[in-house]
Design a protein. Structure first.
Length: 240
């Protein structure tokens, strides 16, 4: 079936009037990129297409810029955040409410969006509790520091580690995870940090997380088995 993409940037009804009449039936993808709110131009072009091609199949993708989500810094845990975390226990470690509260209070920066639609928790190198991934990262950066010291290069041991980031299913696709990361990058840089680190599952694989972190500029610095060899993770770094 032919695919016709309509890009709504100006005078969309005029664009529709130029459609080839031999699309029978056409499949129309309407993409709006120009308006800050649901654009009247899209509804206009949709109505014209429908009147021209009664049997059309439509896919409507609205790529208009979304308003920036309201990021709310966290200083304690809530039941709603605990539910969000534990509903994603395959990717995140399950916690009790006191455990979640403890790590938020000790974090470098923790935040949510709309109270419990998204959650990010990050630590710096001084996080005071036992943590398998932080142990690996501290060792990695200490080894790097010693190697660079021999080469007369400065390699500070400070870093910010993203312990977890999760978005509720209903809020996915809104850019919340990216917004939380972007806010963290700014805060970490303002605090004098030069790198953000995190880990993603390698086995079992998590290709969506791999692609997301690659799009943010992360690259792999190592791998290790964790949780009594129950899985293997990739450690990622993004310079600031």
């Amino acid at each position: 079936m032919p695919l016709l993409c309509v890009l709504c940037v100006s005078s969309p009804p005029l664009c529709v009037n130029r459609f080839p009449k031999y699309f029978n039936p056409p499949r129309v993808v309407i993409v709006s990129i120009s308006s800050p709110s649901p654009p009247a131009s899209v509804y206009s072009v949709t109505s014209v297409v429908k009147s021209r091609f009664s049997s059309s199949l439509f896919c409507f993708y609205d790529l208009t810029p979304m308003s920036a989500p309201l990021i709310q810094p966290l200083h304690s845990a809530t039941e709603a955040l605990l539910t969000l975390n534990n509903n994603n226990s395959t990717e995140l470690s399950p916690l009790t409410l006191p455990e979640l509260d403890q790590i938020i209070r000790a974090s470098f920066f923790s935040a949510t969006i709309n109270n419990s639609e998204a959650l990010l928790i990050s630590f710096d190198q001084s996080f005071p509790y036992e943590h398998e991934n932080l142990t690996w990262l501290r060792t990695y950066f200490e080894d790097s520091r010693l190697q660079n010291a021999l080469s007369n290069h400065d390699a500070p041991e400070r870093f910010v580690y993203v312990d977890r980031v999760v978005v509720s299913p209903a809020a996915r696709g809104k850019g919340y995870a990216r917004a939380l990361y972007t806010d963290l990058f700014d805060r970490a840089k303002s605090a004098g940090h030069t790198r953000i680190v995190c880990e993603v599952n390698f086995d079992p694989p998590n290709p969506i997380s791999d692609a997301f972190h690659a799009s943010l500029g992360f690259h792999e610095i190592g791998r290790a088995p964790v949780l009594n060899n129950s899985k293997i993770v990739r450690y990622l770094l993004r310079p600031l």
